[in-house]
Design a protein around this ligand. Structure first.
Ligand SMILES: *[C@@H]1O[C@H](CO)[C@@H](O)[C@H](O)[C@H]1NC(C)=O
Ligand SMILES: *[C@@H]1O[C@H](CO)[C@@H](O)[C@H](O)[C@H]1NC(C)=O
Ligand SMILES: *[C@@H]1O[C@H](CO)[C@@H](O)[C@H](O)[C@H]1NC(C)=O
Ligand SMILES: *[C@@H]1O[C@H](CO)[C@@H](O)[C@H](O)[C@H]1NC(C)=O
Ligand SMILES: *[C@@H]1O[C@H](CO)[C@@H](O)[C@H](O)[C@H]1NC(C)=O
Ligand SMILES: *[C@@H]1O[C@H](CO)[C@@H](O)[C@H](O)[C@H]1NC(C)=O
Ligand SMILES: *[C@@H]1O[C@H](CO)[C@@H](O)[C@H](O)[C@H]1NC(C)=O
Length: 795
C-alpha cells in the first residue's frame, strides 16, 4: 500500500525513503547538467534519444554500449552516469545485503518453481524481486561478487533463463522451470510482468528490466563433449563456446524460440541476451536473421540486446566465424547486439576492456561500420535507461519511493517459503509412508545434505545472510530437530553417512546404526553445484555411486526410506527406486527448505506439493540421447512432447499424500470470444483433508496429419493448467478457453499453421484422473466437439 499512498502526496526530495542517498544514485540530468533537451521529460522519448545521441562523440559512444565496464560506462561531460548492466535476479536479487542488514529475499530456483504450476507465485515473485532491486539500488548496494570494488548495481536483470530443459545432462537445468516451451513461456511472461511492472501503476516507467536469456538454444555447457555427442574427458572439447546447434526451422520455432516469443509478445520483456553458441552455423550474437527478422520484426521487440559475457570474443576464438575484432564488432552491431558484455577477470571483473570500445571508432572511421548502426544500438540501450526513469525528475516517480524495509519484507519471505512447499514433487509413496507422523515414528535423518546451508539455495545467489556467512540459513538437520521437538516426536537420530560424491565410506557404519534404530529413514541427498552448474554438464545422470551404495546398505536394515533429492536435471533412479518407499524431487528448493521440508513431510502444510515439469527418464536415456543433437523428435525423442519411450515418471506426475482428487466429465460451453469454446471440468477433493491439485490440459495433433509435417511427430502439447486448493468434499470448476490459436502448430518453415483435422484433448491431474474429448477443426477453422467413439457431433 505504501507506494500508492505516497503517490497521492507530493513527496519532497528530503522525504525520500530513509537510507536512500539520492545524491549517490547514478542518474542523469542533475543540476547543473539538466538543461539539455534530452532532460526534458515532456518531450517524446524518440526526440530525447535523438538529442542525447547527437551530443555524443564517436569516441564516447561505445562506452555506453559495454556491460561489465561500469563505472566507466559514464559520460560525465553530459551528466550521463554509470550504469551497471547485468545484475542477476533469477530467483532473488543477486546483490549484497543492505546496510541495515536486510538481505535480498532468495526464492527457490526456477526448477523448483516450475513444479508449483502456480501463476501467482511466478508473477508475485517477479514483482517482489523488482521492488527489492529498486530498494537495494536506492541504498547503493552492489552486486554479490568476489570483487570488492563494485559499482552501484544496475536496474536491469539478466534473468529469466528461458531455455528449455532439452537434456537432463545440461548443467543449467536448475535455472529454468521446465522442458515445456509453453510452461516456460508462461513463467517468463509472468516473471517479466511482475519484475518490470510498467503497466499497473505508472506506464511511463519500468520498475526493473527483464533480460531473457539465452537466445537461443543455449542448452549445452561442456567442457568435454565430442562431435558425436559423447563425453570424453581426454579428447572432448566441445563447449557452449564452440557448439553449433543445428536446428530445423520447425524445432527452432516450436521448441527453442516459443517461450522467448511469448515473454516478449505477452510479457513485454525489454531485454534479450544472445547466447555463446552458434545456431545453424551463425553465432547467436552475430545472427542477423534471429535478432532482426525474428526478434524485432516478427515479435516487435523494442528493448535492448546484450551479448552473454565475452560472447563476442568467442566469435573469433572458438567459432572462427570472424577473422578479427573489427569484423566481429561489425557483425555483432549489424546483427543487432546492442550491448557487448565484456570479458572479465577474476577479482577485477569490472576493469577489463570491451571490443566495442577498442574497435568502434576506428571501424567507423575506416568505413567498416556505418555510424547509423552504432546509433541504433545506442537508441535501444539508452531507451531502456530512459524508461527506467533515470533521466527524469524523481519527485513523481513511483519507484523512487521504495523504502529499505521492502527488502526481505515478511510477505516476500512468506512467498519464498510457500513456493518451496508447493514445488516439492512426490514421485512415489509406497504404503502412504508420507505424511510421516513424527509422534508415531522415530526418524533417522541421513544423507550428504543434512548440514547443508547453501546447496539448497542454488546458484546466482545474493548474500543470504549479513556478513556473507550462511549462518542464518536453517540446515535440514536443524529444521528437523526443531520440528520433531515442536510436535513432540518420538525421536530423531542423524548421521550424514557420506558426501555427495567420492568413495569415503567411513560414515556408513554410523548411518546404518542410526537407520537400524529408527522406524523411518529420511534421506536428504542428490546432487550439488559442483556436479551440475554453469559450464559443467553432468555426463552421468545417475545418483552418485557412493549414495547408491549407502542407500542400499540402509535398505538392508530399514525398509521405510523416504528419499529427498536435490538436483538440477533429473537423477537416474533405477538403482535405488525399489529400495525407497518414497522419493521426492526437490530441485534446488531454496534457502528456506530446511524449515519447510519437515512440515511438508509431516503433513502439516496443506498447500504443499507440485508436479513434474520435466520428464523423469530411466538411467538409459543418457546412452540414447546424443548431447549434440538438437533435434527434438529424432528417436527416442526429447521431452514428453516427443519422447517415444516409457519414462520412469512422466511430465505432470506428482502425488498428493494428503488427500485425493477426482475430475468430472468434460463439458463444453460456448467461449467468450468468437470461435472459442470453454472446456470445463469439476475438480473434487474426494479425501478427508484439504489439499492442492494441479490440472493440466494437453492436445494431440490429428493422426491424419501428413508424416511429411514435422509437427506430426508431436505426441502432445500442454496448453493450459490450473492449480486449485480445495477443502474436503469441495468441488471447483476449472475452465480452459480454447480457440483455434491454441491448436496452432508449426510447418517445416517454422511458420504457424492451423492444420484441419481431429485433435484429441486431454485434461488430467497427471496421476489417476484423466478426461478426454475430440475436437474437429475444419478448413474454415471452425471448432466442433466430437464425443466418444461414435464421434457424433454435439455442436
Ligand atoms: C520541454 O518540452 C516542452 C514540449 O516541447 C516545451 O513546451 C518546454 O518548453 C520544454 N521545457 C524546457 C525547460 O525547455
Ligand atoms: C567516468 O567517471 C569517472 C569517475 O568519476 C571519471 O574519472 C571519468 O572521466 C568518467 N568518464 C567519462 C567518459 O566521462
Ligand atoms: C507494481 O508496483 C507498484 C509500486 O511498487 C505496486 O504497488 C504494485 O503492486 C505492483 N503491481 C504489480 C502488478 O506488480
Ligand atoms: C577441439 O579439438 C580439435 C582436435 O584436436 C581441434 O581441431 C579443435 O580446434 C578444438 N576445438 C576447440 C574449440 O578447442
Ligand atoms: C555451512 O556449511 C559448510 C559446509 O558444510 C560448513 O563448513 C560451514 O561451517 C557451515 N556454515 C555455517 C555458518 O553453518
Ligand atoms: C460442476 O458442478 C456444478 C455444481 O454441482 C454443476 O452445476 C456444473 O454443471 C458442474 N460442471 C461440470 C463441468 O461438470
Ligand atoms: C499459489 O501460491 C500462492 C502464494 O503462495 C498461494 O496463496 C495460493 O494458495 C497458491 N494457489 C494454490 C491453488 O495453491
Amino acid at each position: 500500500m505504501l507506494p500508492l499512498l505516497l503517490l497521492l502526496v507530493v513527496v519532497p526530495l528530503l522525504h525520500l525513503s530513509e537510507g536512500a542517498h539520492t545524491d549517490q544514485i547514478p542518474r542523469g540530468c542533475k543540476p547543473p547538467l539538466d538543461w539539455f533537451p534530452f532532460c526534458n521529460a515532456s518531450l517524446p522519448l524518440d526526440e530525447r534519444l535523438d538529442d542525447i545521441i547527437s551530443r555524443l562523440t564517436l569516441q564516447e559512444k561505445p562506452y555506453l554500449l559495454v556491460a561489465r565496464e561500469s563505472p566507466k560506462g559514464n559520460i560525465s561531460r553530459l551528466g550521463i552516469p554509470e550504469f551497471d548492466w547485468g545484475g542477476n535476479c533469477m530467483h532473488g536479487v543477486q546483490s549484497r545485503c543492505a546496510p541495515d542488514g536486510r538481505c535480498p529475499t532468495s526464492f527457490p530456483n526456477p526448477n523448483s518453481l516450475g513444479p508449483t504450476f502456480n501463476r501467482t507465485i511466478w508473477k508475485t515473485m517477479g514483482t517482489a524481486i523488482g521492488l527489492e532491486l529498486r530498494a537495494l539500488w536506492l541504498q547503493n548496494v552492489g552486486e554479490n561478487h568476489d570483487d570488492r570494488n563494485l559499482p552501484h548495481m544496475g536496474l536491469d536483470c539478466w534473468s529469466p533463463n528461458l531455455n528449455i530443459v532439452r537434456d537432463p545432462r545440461w548443467g543449467r537445468n536448475l535455472e529454468t522451470p521446465s522442458e515445456d516451451p509453453f510452461l516456460v513461456g508462461v513463467f517468463g511472461t509472468l516473471y517479466t510482468l511482475g519484475l518490470q511492472n510498467n503497466s499497473q501503476v505508472d506506464d511511463r516507467y519500468f520498475q526493473a528490466v527483464a533480460t531473457l536469456k539465452h537466445l537461443d538454444a543455449n542448452s549445452l555447457e561442456g567442457p568435454h563433449w565430442t562431435p558425436d555427442g559423447k563425453w570424453d574427458k581426454k579428447h572432448g572439447n566441445i563447449t557452449r563456446y564452440s557448439v553449433n546447434a543445428k536446428i530445423s526451422m520447425h524445432d527452432w520455432a516450436a521448441s527453442y524460440l516459443a517461450a522467448f516469443r511469448q515473454a516478449v509478445v505477452e510479457g513485454g520483456a525489454a531485454g534479450i541476451m544472445c547466447s555463446y553458441n552458434r545456431i545453424n552455423g551463425v553465432p547467436a550474437c552475430a545472427h542477423e536473421y534471429l535478432l532482426q527478422r525474428v526478434v524485432r520484426q516478427q515479435w516487435k521487440f523494442r528493448g535492448y540486446v546484450t551479448s552473454d559475457s565475452h560472447a563476442l570474443e568467442k566469435i573469433v576464438t572458438t567459432h572462427h566465424y570472424a577473422k578479427d575484432w573489427p569484423e566481429t564488432v561489425q557483425l555483432a552491431l549489424q546483427a543487432g547486439c546492442d550491448i557487448e558484455s565484456a570479458a572479465w577477470t577474476k577479482g577485477n571483473m569490472f576493469a577489463t576492456g570491451g571490443h566495442y570500445i577498442d574497435e568502434v571508432p576506428s571501424a567507423v572511421q575506416s568505413g567498416l561500420i556505418d555510424e547509423e548502426l552504432v546509433d541504433r544500438a545506442l537508441r535501444n540501450a539508452l531507451g531502456v535507461r530512459f524508461r527506467l526513469g533515470l533521466f527524469d525528475p524523481i519527485e513523481d516517480q513511483p519507484f523512487w519511493n521504495i523504502p529499505p524495509s521492502t527488502v526481505q519484507q515478511p510477505d516476500h519471505v512468506k512467498l519464498a517459503k510457500e513456493a518451496t512447499a508447493q514445488g516439492l514433487v512426490l514421485l512415489k509413496n509406497d504404503n502412504k509412508i508420507v505424511p510421516i507422523d513424527p509422534t508415531k515414528y522415530s526418524i533417522a535423518l541421513i544423507g550428504p545434505h543434512l548440514y547443508d546451508n547453501i546447496t539448497m539455495a542454488g546458484n546466482y545467489l545474493g548474500q543470504l545472510c549479513p556478513k556473507d556467512n550462511p549462518s542464518c540459513v536453517t540446515t535440514f538437520h536443524a529444521g528437523f530437530v526443531e520440528a520433531v521437538s515442536k510436535y513432540q516426536g518420538k525421536g530423531l537420530g542423524a548421521a550424514k553417512g557420506c558426501s555427495v560424491n567420492g568413495n569415503d565410506k567411513t560414515g556408513f557404519a554410523e548411518a546404518i546404526d542410526v537407520a537400524k534404530k529408527a522406524d523411518v529413514v529420511i534421506y536428504v541427498g542428490g546432487n550439488n553445484l559442483h556436479m551440475e552448474a554453469e559450464f559443467i554438464d553432468r555426463p552421468d545422470i545417475r545418483l552418485p555411486a557412493i549414495q547408491v551404495e549407502l542407500l542400499q546398505e540402509i535398505a538392508k536394515v530399514n525398509d521405510k526410506i523416504v528419499t529427498v533429492l536435490l538436483h538440477g536435471g533429473m537423477i537416474g533412479l533405477d538403482a535405488i527406486v525399489n529400495q525407497a518407499a518414497a522419493v521426492i524431487s526437490a530441485g534446488y528448493p531454496g534457502r528456506y527448505a530446511g524449515e519447510i521440508l519437515p512440515d511438508v513431510l509431516f503433513g502439516k502444510n496443506a498447500r504443499a506439493w507440485g508436479k513434474l515439469a520435466i520428464t523423469w527418464y530411466h538411467d538409459s536415456i543418457q546412452e540414447d540421447l546424443n548431447m549434440l543433437d538438437f533435434s527434438m523428435s529424432r528417436p527416442p525423442g526429447r521431452t514428453y512432447r516427443y519422447f517415444q519411450g516409457t519414462p520412469q515418471y512422466p511430465f505432470g506426475h506428482g502425488l498428493n499424500p494428503l488427500t485425493s482428487f477426482d475430475l468430472s466429465k468434460l463439458v463444453v460451453h460456448k467461449g467468450k470470444g468468437k470461435q472459442t469454446l470453454a472446456l470445463q471440468t469439476n475438480v473434487t477433493n474426494t479425501g478427508s483433508r484439504p489439499g492442492s491439485e494441479i490440472v493440466m490440459a494437453f492436445f494431440s495433433p490429428p493422426s491424419t496429419l501428413s508424416k511429411r509435417q514435422p509437427a506430426s511427430k508431436l505426441r502432445k502439447q500442454l496448453f493450459g493448467f490450473e492449480r486449485v486448493h480445495l477443502q474436503p468434499t469441495v468441488s471447483r470448476t476449472v475452465a480452459f478457453e480454447i480457440s483455434p490459436t491454441v491448436f496452432q502448430l508449426y510447418d517445416s518453415d517454422g511458420l504457424q499453421v492451423l492444420f484441419p483435422g481431429k485433435y484429441s484433448v486431454t485434461v488430467t491431474n497427471g496421476v489417476d484422473a484423466e478426461e478426454q474429448i475430440s475436437i474437429l477443426i475444419d478448413k474454415q477453422h471452425n471448432l466442433k466437439v466430437l464425443h466418444g467413439p461414435d464421434e457424433s457431433a454435439t455442436q
